[in-house]
Write a protein that binds this ligand. Structure first.
Ligand code: PLP
Length: 378
């Protein structure tokens, strides 16, 4: 089945006999047992709920996994995933990641005795040099947030398989519509479903997807133990969001490409980071492993003052955290998503006061261009 059809039809499973075309919201905490020692398959909503199960099945199919788990946020998914590991375990992470992930590793995982080394995971030799016998996983984003660095997942997965460590990919930026890491050799995919999967800036959600049954079994055990699950109503909102994932992403990526090309020619823009531009260092790898370039565009303007002015002047584009929804949002990484990343790390990556990150939404290309043109004026 084509992925666009899968987005609309989800798991296709029906949980009631009314013929309802939209999966019902089973707003129930618990379920009656039909007899002693018997179950309908649902006992208690922390463990499983029909609306959530429908969504999890859809996500597993979209990513090509054997199991998917839905959480109350991307960070809740991260917290449960990190419980797979123990004190002394070592991680290799991309050196340009969502700021919240870095904060989690530094403030929670390190306290629990895990060790981290960061590298440009697009550089296989750099990853290989950091491997040690305690290494348990490599954690990457591709493209990264906000610098858009690209990692060749098939090549990296050969290395992680050989080393016997897990490859974990945060696939929030591209979604399974454009990139399916499990098919490229990854073991676990993490999502902030708050972004493109939900797609409407109206709900928080997170996912873990895997095709490794032993990993899935441990995650399910942790999942019901920790209780950071997605509610039935929020599950339904993401199911509804998913139905339009294909058309949203096609259009958003197309507009992002047009804006990236336009920004590149603007006299006050110094640099445009979009992996769909042929001069982007990750372009060839993106062409090989993804079917689209996404709708996130980072760019640097000529001065810090101008960056601040742009944020204050945009009208259609909104100055707000988050990404991936129908409304275009602009963020200032240095003050928002990456405020907790140590200054020297930010400086080394080029995350400075001139950098803006644009999440291209579904408004018309013309209106977005006019908005940016006005904001960039003297
Ligand atoms: C937003 C985001 C997260 C965290 O997800 P929440 O749903 O906000 O908890 C993780 N990774 C990436 C790439 C994100 O953009």
């Amino acid at each position: 089945m084509d992925i666009g059809t899968l987005c609309v039809h989800g798991s296709g499973k029906r949980y009631d006999t009314t013929g309802a075309v939209s999966v019902p919201i089973f707003q129930s905490a618990t379920f009656t047992h039909p007899g002693v020692g018997r179950s309908t398959g649902f006992d208690y909503s922390r463990v499983q709920n029909p609306t959530r199960e429908y969504l999890e099945d859809a996500l597993a199919r979209l990513e090509g996994g054997t199991d998917a788990l839905a959480f109350s946020s991307g960070m809740a998914a991260m917290a449960v995933m990190m419980e797979l590991f123990s004190a002394g375990d070592h991680f290799i992470i991309s050196d340009d990641l969502y700021g919240g992930s870095v904060r989690y590793f530094r403030t929670v995982s390190e306290k629990n005795g895990l060790k981290f080394d960061a590298a440009d995971t697009g550089d296989l030799e750099a990853v290989r040099r950091l491997l040690r016998k305690e290494t348990k996983a490599v954690f990457v984003e591709t493209p990264t947030n906000p610098m858009m660095q690209v990692t060749d997942l098939a090549a990296l997965s050969e290395l992680t398989r050989e080393a016997g460590v897990l490859l974990i990919v945060d696939n929030t930026f591209l979604t399974p519509y454009f990139q399916r890491p499990l098919e490229l050799g990854a073991d676990i995919v993490l999502h902030s479903g708050t972004k493109y999967l939900g797609g409407h800036n109206d709900t928080l959600a997170g996912f873990l997807v895997t095709n490794r049954p032993e990993v899935a079994e441990r995650l399910r055990q942790l999942y019901k133990t920790v209780g950071a699950f997605l509610s039935p109503f929020d599950s339904w909102l993401v199911i509804r969001g998913l139905k339009t994932l294909a058309v949203r992403l096609e259009r958003q990526a197309q507009t992002a490409m047009a804006l990236a090309r336009w920004l590149k020619e603007h006299p006050r823009v110094r640099q445009v980071l979009y992996p769909g531009l042929p001069e982007h260092p990750g372009y060839a790898v993106m062409k090989k492993q993804a079917s689209g370039f996404g709708a996130m565009v980072s760019f640097k303007v000529e001065s810090e003052e101008l960056a601040v002015r742009v944020l204050e002047r945009v009208r259609i584009i909104q100055y707000a955290e988050s990404l991936g929804g129908v409304e275009s949002l602009m963020t200032y990484p240095i003050l928002q998503t990456h405020a907790d990343v140590p200054e020297e790390v930010r400086a080394a990556k080029g995350i400075d006061g001139r950098l803006l990150r644009l999440s291209v939404g579904l408004e018309s290309e013309r209106d977005l261009m006019d908005d940016l043109a006005r904001a960039l004026e003297g």
